[in-house]
Ligand binder design. Structure first.
Ligand SMILES: Nc1ccn([C@@H]2O[C@H](COP(=O)(O)OP(=O)(O)OP(=O)(O)O)[C@@H](O)[C@H]2O)c(=O)n1
Ligand SMILES: C[C@](O)(CO)[C@H](O)COP(=O)(O)O
Length: 377
């Protein structure tokens, strides 16, 4: 089935106020219209109907996406008709008609509309009215209405293309939506499950609601990796992931030379795209000479929190022939968790040998590789 999408964007957004029509105003850093276009881009054929004065704004919002711009009319129905006429030559099988002012339409709603068109000429999402309904005048309740069987209509409203084109051509351009026009032409319209998240930005407060919804849809997940190596020198213990482990040599480096903790610290900085330990604690600066490694790790974890991230997990592999790590791993996980401010079940410390190959195989030093996951809800 060839499916086209008409996104109506020719309104003036008078109720939403602001310096520009609502569809061109910014929502989390990009125009409202761009969010809506992105939600439908997978369907391939996009026609956006605009006010002729808004062409530059529309081009900016659609940059990099394949969108045909068509001039609209002074009613919503007139704008939809302009979009339908622009598609008449190519006659797709199905058309979805979407308010560009609905930037949070979930993919499940779009899919449900398309699926319902297998068995009906029209389909549209709606949410059942759950509040009591009143009439009112002069600030007073003047009556009540039965809410049974009432729905709040949403978009996209989907139709077999030929049927809705004929219906629009036969109807004056004054209808509230395309379902009204379809029904006037005798087309059956199936109701599919809408979503409270599928709000239409109508008044100024709706921008903040839409931002909250989009933030929820777009959890920010960051991964970082870290790698470190320290050489052995004469000594009687090593410090690994915060734990003193008896050994016949020690690791060379400032202070505790905790190679595992350094790798985890760099993984966190990496996830934040904030460089590495050397950037925050330059070895050339005397105040950091001999600094203990937990200072670095605490700093990275605090920086993540300050940037709004929760540390979801860290995973560190120590690469050495000796000492044996496994007996100490539970204590290491607890020590790292305490410094990171997370529970030990989110910290993994494990080890491998390098099969006696390379510098770790010759027991010249220990290497560590680590991964960290940060999440901003
Ligand atoms: N002449 C019109 C009027 C509306 N629309 C579009 O239809 C959708 C739903 O309309 P509405 O929310 O009422 O938008 P506006 O007409 O812009 O808002 P207002 O009534 O507050 O001015 C919007 O995406 C709007 O851009 C359109 O393409 N052409
Ligand atoms: C089509 C529509 O979104 C269905 O709810 C709505 O009717 C269009 O917006 P308006 O505020 O009624 O113009």
């Amino acid at each position: 089935m060839r499916t086209a999408v008409i996104l109506v964007a020719a309104g003036r957004g008078s109720r939403a106020k602001g310096p520009l029509p609502k569809q061109w105003q910014a929502l989390l850093g990009q125009p409202v219209a761009r969010w809506t276009l992105q939600a439908f881009a997978h369907l391939g054929r996009l026609v956006m109907v605009i006010h002729p004065d808004d062409r530059a704004l529309a081009q900016a919002a659609a940059r990099g996406l394949d969108v045909t711009l068509v001039d609209g009319a002074n009613t919503r129905a007139g704008s939809v008709r302009a979009g339908l006429e622009a598609l008449a030559g190519e006659a797709p099988d199905l058309v979805l008609i979407q308010d560009v002012a609905r930037p949070c339409t979930p993919r499940a709603v779009i899919d449900a509309v398309i699926d319902a068109l297998d068995s009906a000429p029209g389909a549209a999402p709606a949410v059942a009215v759950t509040d009591a309904l009143w009439t009112g005048a002069g600030g007073k309740v003047t009556g009540t209405r039965d809410r049974e069987g009432l729905f709040r209509a949403q978009t996209p409203q989907g139709f077999r293309f030929d049927a809705i084109l004929s219906a629009h051509r036969a109807h004056p351009p004054d209808a509230a939506d395309d379902v009204q026009i379809a029904r006037a032409a005798g087309l059956e319209v199936a109701i599919v499950a809408g979503d409270e998240a599928n709000l239409k930005i109508t008044t100024p407060g709706d921008f903040a609601r839409a931002e909250r919804i989009l933030k929820g849809n777009h959890m920010d997940i960051r991964l970082g990796n870290g790698f470190d190596v320290h050489a052995f020198e004469p000594g009687d213990h090593v410090v690994l992931c915060g734990i003193k482990v008896p050994h016949d040599r020690k690791l060379k480096g400032h202070s505790d030379a905790d190679v595992g903790m350094h790798a985890v610290t760099d993984a966190i900085y990496g996830a934040l795209a904030m460089g590495d330990i050397g950037r925050h604690f330059p070895p050339s600066d005397p105040q950091w000479k001999g600094a203990e490694s937990h200072i670095f790790l605490r700093h990275a974890a605090q920086m993540a929190r300050d940037m709004g991230f929760a540390l979801s997990n860290v995973d560190c592999t120590l690469i050495c022939e000796r000492p044996k790590i496994t007996p100490h791993a539970p204590a290491m996980m607890q020590a790292m968790a305490d410094i990171l401010g997370i529970t030990p079940d989110r910290v993994s410390i494990k080890a491998t040998t390098s099969e006696r190959l390379g510098f770790t195989g010759r027991e010249e030093g220990i290497a560590a590789i680590a991964t960290a996951t940060l999440v901003k809800p």
